[in-house]
Design a protein around this ligand. Structure first.
Ligand SMILES: Nc1ncnc2c1ncn2[C@@H]1O[C@H](COP(=O)(O)OP(=O)(O)OP(=O)(O)O)[C@@H](O)[C@H]1O
Ligand SMILES: [Mg+2]
Length: 257
């Protein structure tokens, strides 16, 4: 049984979390790391659009049914939950997608505390990577509906203001129990040729350039993760994916030691 490596992508609104998450899913598949599970943990879900798939239902809506309503005759609750999970799961080439929906709600969550983990167990799939497109406040992580990720990517504008927000996100993440060494900065929409330095002690894991193909995909409402090979953002995320695979391999080696 493979233990998936979980990467959450956080950052201030509009910094490029969804763009980078979706390019990362595609890059990992391209590097032979399928199947990948894409998790949309932003209530204003649009990860699926960036990946070019449709979502029927989200986990939040489904859990109301699965945990509170009476279940069909002849089915155990676990069977019913598994059945419903499969309805929420969107399957595509090399990846599956789950939209979490809103983290709040009523009903009994005793079984659903770590909703994603429960779901993963029931799905019995060997995902190598889980990529979580989080909202800025990381609500799902803070409420425990998704577990603590192995790695947190903090997407930021390279400017001083963006970096101040990145520092605040680091503080929130520390409070949530994420290790500082598991947090990495990603600069996005970088235009100048100069590497941003001196503003922040950490070197970014990746510097993703401004990419006209990403903007064009946005304007044409086509899936941004399918920008052509050679597009600057796609190539930069691929380089980052190679580093992330190394991190995951290292973690796996430590695990089996
Ligand atoms: N490298 C890039 N080059 C050009 N445009 C980009 C780049 N990255 C993101 N964008 C554009 O910036 C906008 C915001 O990107 P995106 O939706 O990925 O951000 P987000 O952080 O997920 O936003 P939200 O907080 O609303 O979820 C989009 O219009 C996207 O096309
Ligand atoms: Mg987004």
């Amino acid at each position: 049984m493979i233990v998936p490596y979980t990467i959450a992508v956080a950052g201030k609104g509009g910094t490029g979390k969804t763009t980078i998450s979706s390019l990362l899913v595609r890059a990992l598949i391209g590097l032979g790391k399928a199947p990948v599970l894409a998790v949309d943990a932003d209530p204003n879900a649009n990860f699926h659009e960036a990946l070019g798939v449709e979502v029927r239902e989200n986990l939040g809506g489904m859990r109301e049914d699965a945990f509170t309503k009476s279940i069909p005759a002849g089915m155990t609750r676990t069977e019913y939950i598994r059945f419903r999970f499969y309805q929420v799961l969107v399957e595509d080439d090399g990846f599956d997608l789950i939209a979490m929906g809103r983290p709040e709600g009523t009903g009994c969550y005793c079984f659903a505390n770590d909703l994603l983990k429960t779901c993963m167990r029931l799905l019995e799939r060997d995902y190598q990577f889980i990529i979580i497109d989080s909202e800025a406040g990381m609500e799902h992580i803070s409420r425990g509906t998704i577990g603590i990720p192995d790695l947190l990517l903090i997407v930021s504008d390279p400017g001083a203001r963006g970096l101040r927000t990145a520092s605040r996100i680091i503080d929130i993440a520390l409070d949530l129990g994420i290790d500082r060494s598991a947090m990495h900065l990603v600069f996005n929409r970088y235009k100048s040729g100069v590497a941003p330095a001196g503003v922040f002690e950490d070197a970014p894991l990746a510097v993703v350039p401004y990419d006209p193909a990403v903007e064009a995909a946005d304007l044409a409402a086509t899936p941004v993760s399918l920008v052509p090979e050679g597009s600057p953002a796609r190539e930069a995320v691929k380089e980052m994916a190679i580093k992330l695979i190394e991190f995951a391999d290292k973690k796996e080696k430590e695990r089996v030691k």
